[in-house]
Design a protein around this ligand. Structure first.
Ligand SMILES: *[C@@H]1O[C@H](CO)[C@@H](O)[C@H](O)[C@H]1NC(C)=O
Ligand SMILES: *[C@@H]1O[C@H](CO)[C@@H](O)[C@H](O)[C@H]1NC(C)=O
Ligand SMILES: *[C@@H]1O[C@H](CO)[C@@H](O)[C@H](O)[C@H]1NC(C)=O
Ligand SMILES: *[C@@H]1O[C@H](CO)[C@@H](O)[C@H](O)[C@H]1NC(C)=O
Ligand SMILES: *[C@@H]1O[C@H](CO)[C@@H](O)[C@H](O)[C@H]1NC(C)=O
Ligand SMILES: *[C@@H]1O[C@H](CO)[C@@H](O)[C@H](O)[C@H]1NC(C)=O
Ligand SMILES: *[C@@H]1O[C@H](CO)[C@@H](O)[C@H](O)[C@H]1NC(C)=O
Ligand SMILES: *[C@@H]1O[C@H](CO)[C@@H](O)[C@H](O)[C@H]1NC(C)=O
Length: 403
């Protein structure tokens, strides 16, 4: 887009400061863009490029994606001095890389699912979603012989018919993938264990709440140090046309496989989506993608918000709800933490990172919706719908920390 003359003049207010100045003594990765927040605090009545759509990203310098955007020098401790963001796989026209990323260290492989809805998802009432695997050993090998992008073959898994519309996942759980499915038509939503090795056999652990079907289960995490599963249940299956009308509130559940008990631990959401815990299990995060209404479009007055809760040490109910962060672009979808307590969420223009106090410190800027990401031994793998990126950063993921 050609900048207007007024836009060009006013762009000075948006000046992107020298990364060296912003970062004090921390080395800045090549190509990173440092933002100096005070320089855009006042834009004035003559400013012509207001972001009146949440789908428009915050990219003052119109830097070509992908790049690292630094909002606070502390982000450089996450990236390290030589971080890059490189394409590792792509499939234009098919949203094969949406959510449910699970890194299995023993296989050095990442498993993930395609989009269960959306124009490029190729799934809905007519098609199941597709679960794939990317071999990080092959990625490392290919990247070592070039400084540019690579396009690794992604293997699709032939899963049993009981696994329909995978949307979230975590693990490994007792050596298996722990997937959560939205269900399709009358096939109920479920939590399912899947063998990460051929023949990829599966065991359903839960598919109802005392005889009532869930709406369309979305994402799942294990409370650290336990076997207890916590998961979210928005109405996207119905909003995307492949599940019956919802018959439960959009809430968050707790399932203890040792007793078989299922119960509700939090409610009052529009669309509860991504979920995460701090390493000590004392704090929970729930992303509410309320602003994104499936086929009903976007309503920017609804939440694009990550809420934070204390986990009641006695009951494990979520209490003391407060806003952790509001995403300035798109909606925060999948949530992951690193070992320093920083919070990563898949948002409208890439992965946003907040420190433990909720301050936005940086972004992995892709200029498109990235719903989820996962840490591997090679860095942060970012799912970008029609592509997969690897950010070889210094931070370590909580999913790789030994409990
Ligand atoms: C950002 O824009 C400023 C002018 O506003 C320019 O001096 C600088 O080189 C640009 N930085 C990048 C990384 O494009
Ligand atoms: C807005 O632009 C007009 C016309 O160029 C100028 O006279 C006015 O001072 C500007 N206002 C501000 C607040 O910069
Ligand atoms: C949104 O912003 C664009 C560019 O700044 C402007 O042209 C358009 O009129 C705005 N639309 C609304 C509804 O404010
Ligand atoms: C970001 O994406 C939008 C929408 O696809 C596009 O119009 C714009 O040119 C992109 N910006 C950059 C810097 O690539
Ligand atoms: C990944 O690739 C390596 C090197 O080709 C191979 O040895 C290994 O078996 C592959 N892993 C999986 C899970 O396919
Ligand atoms: C179902 O998936 C296949 C690819 O497996 C695709 O070719 C087809 O277009 C999809 N159906 C619809 C209605 O999108
Ligand atoms: C897969 O099958 C093997 C062999 O029967 C069994 O031991 C294992 O528990 C199964 N895994 C799952 C997740 O169903
Ligand atoms: C957006 O959501 C608010 C709050 O639920 C509602 O009052 C409003 O009517 C919605 N707007 C549109 C255009 O749907």
């Amino acid at each position: 887009m050609a900048a207007s003359a007024a836009g060009a003049i006013l762009a000075v207010a948006f000046a992107v400061v020298s990364c060296m100045k912003a970062s004090a003594n921390l080395a800045v990765p090549p190509g990173a863009v440092c933002i100096d927040p005070p320089t855009y605090n006042v834009l004035g009545a003559n400013y012509t490029e207001w972001r009146n759509l949440s789908t428009v990203g915050f990219n003052p310098n119109n830097t070509a994606p992908p790049f690292i955007q630094v909002f606070d020098p502390s982000f450089l401790e996450i990236t390290g001095p030589s971080a890059t963001i490189r394409l590792i796989a792509s499939n234009p026209g098919f949203a094969f890389a949406h959510e449910a990323p699970i890194y299995v260290p023993d296989l050095n492989a990442v498993f993930f699912t395609s989009n269960d809805g959306g124009a490029l998802g190729y799934s809905g009432w007519y098609n199941n979603s597709v679960v794939s695997m990317i071999n990080m050993t092959e990625v490392d090998l290919a990247l070592s012989s070039t400084t540019g992008d690579v396009d690794i073959h992604v293997q699709t898994l032939n899963l049993p018919d009981t696994v329909q519309m995978v949307n979230g996942g975590t693990g490994p759980y007792k050596g298996d993938l722990l997937l959560i499915t939205s269900g399709r038509a009358l096939l109920p939503s479920s939590i399912v264990r899947v063998n990460p090795n051929p023949p990829y056999n599966a065991t359903v652990l839960l598919d109802n709440f005392l005889g009532r079907q869930f709406n369309s289960l979305n994402d799942i995490k294990i409370l650290p140090g336990t076997d207890i599963m916590f998961f979210t249940d928005p109405t996207y299956g119905w909003l995307n046309g492949f599940r019956p009308e919802p018959m439960l509130p959009s809430q968050v559940y707790r399932f203890d496989p040792s007793t078989g008990q299922v119960r509700v631990v939090a409610d009052q959401f529009v669309h509860p989506n991504g979920i995460a815990f701090t390493q000590d299990g004392k704090t929970a995060f729930i992303a509410d993608t309320g602003a994104s209404g499936g086929f009903l479009g976007t309503n920017q007055t609804l939440p694009a918000t990550i809420y934070q809760f204390d986990v009641d040490p006695r009951t494990q109910s979520f209490m003391n709800r407060r806003v952790f962060a509001y995403a300035d672009s798109g909606v925060p979808d999948g949530v992951q933490l690193d070992t320093m307590g920083n919070v990563y969420a898949g948002c409208g223009e890439g992965t946003h990172v907040w420190n433990a106090e909720g301050m936005l410190i940086g972004k992995f800027y892709l200029n498109s919706t990235t719903a989820q990401m996962i840490f591997t031994k090679s860095g942060l793998v970012i799912l970008d719908e029609e592509a997969v990126y690897l950010a070889n950063i210094q931070a370590q993921g909580l999913n790789l920390a030994t409990p």
